[in-house]
Design a protein around this ligand. Structure first.
Ligand SMILES: [Mg+2]
Length: 310
């Protein structure tokens, strides 16, 4: 079974070669095989092309070029994060074993000796393209896994860990820029009773719906997470206490305004909410602690209410 695509379509290839005849031959051959080719005349231009955001993923570099040679380009490319994933073929008339080893030491993936044989070039570029695509698939899969790990499967909200990570970054940023930041912590009232009375599937429906109403309350850029069981959190950068209280109040109202539709019928739900802001506290731990204390006070005050950090 073939699980990878070896077609040339969309693969961008960079050719860096100072000799015009060889450069044109390479450009023409690669284009005729369906690659998207960019040609440059020296190592300096090659580095500039590779540094671009839509950089080519496969580079054919002539070893001997003025200013910066192919070997130096190769070393420089390997030192950058993005450059790790560029497949490099060195083009060389140095075909002694030592030279070839030096090329591999510099980080080249393969080499072709000049004058190049067109069938050999085609085969080597194709094998490079296959590796590039596999690498791209692996990166995409890893990215998907990371995304998945960051989100709670039931509600789709950020997990506690992912939320904390974002929170740390946002607190540091708020302090650096002397901006405000609000943490809102909500806990559905008597959730255990809902589970006991209507069953866990209905309980799950309630959590999912609460997440929908929470997300609808906040702006797109605000982080919204499931802190644990029936506890939710939201982080609103730039919010002063008054704005934060208004948001918390809006969420409380949204929850109590309409019964939740569940597999066990319509259920009335309420929530208690605690609010804490920066300035006032200066680290993640203190911010969570004061939001949690505020939430506790909202519970103690009879639930279905919003309380502020002391
Ligand atoms: Mg040359």
């Amino acid at each position: 079974m073939r699980t990878f695509d070896t077609s040339a379509g969309n693969l961008r290839v960079l050719v860096a070669e100072d000799d015009p005849v060889s450069r044109h031959r390479l450009h023409a051959a690669l284009s005729s095989w369906g690659y998207e080719v960019t040609s440059v005349v020296d190592g300096h231009e090659a580095l500039r092309e590779i540094a671009r955001p839509d950089a080519p993923t496969l580079a054919i570099l002539d070893w001997s070029m003025p200013r910066i040679d192919g070997l130096q380009v190769c070393r420089a490319v390997r030192e950058t994060a993005a450059g790790q994933f560029v497949y490099v073929i060195l083009l060389t008339s140095h075909d002694r074993d030592d030279d070839v080893l030096e090329g591999f030491d510099a980080g080249a993936d393969d080499y072709i000796t000049k004058p190049f044989d067109s069938r050999q070039l085609k085969a080597r570029v194709r094998s490079g393209a296959r590796i590039v695509r596999l690498q791209q698939q692996l990166i995409a899969a890893r990215e998907q896994l990371r995304e998945k790990a960051m989100h709670d499967p039931l509600t789709g909200l950020l997990t506690r860990g992912a939320f904390f990570e974002i929170c740390d970054g946002e607190i540091a940023r708020a302090q650096r820029k002397s901006q405000s930041l609000a943490l809102i912590m909500a806990d559905l009232d008597h959730f255990k009773r809902i589970n006991d009375q209507y069953g866990h599937l209905a309980g799950d429906d309630v959590l999912r719906e609460a997440a929908v109403r929470l997300r609808a309350t906040f702006r797109r850029g605000d982080a919204v997470g499931r802190y644990g069981g029936e506890e939710f959190v939201a982080l609103a950068p730039g919010c002063l206490m008054a704005d934060a209280v208004a948001l918390a109040e809006r969420f409380r109202e949204r929850v109590s305004a309409e019964p939740f539709e569940t597999s066990a019928g319509r259920i009335n739900v309420t929530t208690s909410v605690g609010v804490a802001v920066i300035p006032g506290v200066d680290n993640s731990w203190a911010l969570f602690k004061s939001a949690d204390e505020a939430l506790y006070r909202a519970k103690a005050a009879g639930r279905n209410t919003v309380a502020l950090a002391a």
